[in-house]
Unconditional design. Structure first.
Length: 293
């Protein structure tokens, strides 16, 4: 009689779905049902290779996409430690299962990989199983930390640009530098990109339900809310006089104000202008004709 606790050997029982993720991450994997903490998701399946074989393959494929092998190291067991060149690993680049669609997330992923010993004649390596690190909601993307060193320039295959969105993201090159808002409102309408008459470019994005969502989508990590004097400036020119002052000119003036008073242009940071809902700028003809109303 088989042991009922051998959940890994029973295979996948969770309802999983491969889907196209937003934000440039490509295909991903998600669960179609709520999963409690500690639930088994799937096993990591790939081509079994030695470290030496994998290194030689990567050297031949220099310039192609990065591979993320999983070590099946003997020091997980009590049978001694293999030499590095003898150690086995799993490479899912060419062969694998749904686990190959699990995207990377730095540090705070919702999955954790655990080596599991199963009944096989060879105990030199274990199988690798994914379990939930916390409660995962239905339709939430499943992620795990690949353990990538984004500063390792000696790797023969170049690492990807990380879009994980984690506040602990280790790929500093992919982070945006600054987030600006005119008030601490929970929902802001984001204006379309414009270029002021003074030739100053300001980053204005299309509508997004929440500024927090926008921060995550664009991987903005260092942000600040514009101080009170800027809020007063916007209130003066964009609220009290919104029907008297041409709104396009107002945007130009606000842009100049940001660059001159807050010194944004010198440090090369991005500036983000958000229209707080209660300013009612969507009623202004300039925005109406651009379908923002």
């Amino acid at each position: 009689m088989a042991c009922g606790k051998r959940i890994v050997q029973r295979g996948i029982t969770a309802r999983l779905q491969v889907f196209m993720t937003p934000g440039g991450k490509g295909w991903g994997l998600r669960t179609l049902e709520d999963m409690p903490k500690g639930a088994f998701i799937c096993e990591y399946v790939g081509e079994v290779m030695t470290n030496t074989e994998l290194y030689e393959r990567n050297m031949r494929n220099t310039g192609e996409k990065h591979t993320y092998p999983v070590l099946l190291d003997a020091d997980w067991s009590s049978e001694g430690v293999l030499k590095d060149e003898e150690a086995l690993c799993l490479d899912a680049t060419s062969y694998g299962n749904v686990a190959r669609f699990i995207n990377h997330r730095c540090s705070d992923a919702n999955l954790v990989e655990i080596p599991v010993e199963v009944e096989t004649p060879d105990h030199h390596y274990y199988r690798l199983a994914f379990f939930t690190a916390r409660k995962v909601n239905a339709f939430e993307e499943l992620t795990w930390d690949y353990g990538i060193d984004f500063d390792d320039h000696s790797h023969p295959v170049k690492a990807f640009k990380c879009h994980c969105g984690s506040e602990f993201c280790r790929d500093q090159k992919s982070m945006r530098s600054l987030f600006l808002g005119f008030a601490s409102a929970s929902n802001w309408n984001i204006l379309n990109q414009k270029k002021g008459k003074y030739g100053l470019q300001i980053t204005l994005k299309n509508y997004c339900e929440s500024w927090r969502m926008n921060v995550e989508l664009h991987n903005i990590r260092e942000f600040e809310v514009v101080p009170e004097e800027c809020v007063q400036y916007i209130g003066k020119y964009m609220i009290s006089t919104q029907y008297k002052v041409d709104s396009e000119r107002t945007i130009d003036e606000c842009t100049v104000y940001l660059y001159t008073s807050r010194d944004f242009k010198k440090d090369g940071k991005d500036a983000w202008i958000f229209d707080v809902d209660d300013t009612l700028l969507s009623t202004v003809p300039y925005y109406k004709k651009n379908d923002f109303g």
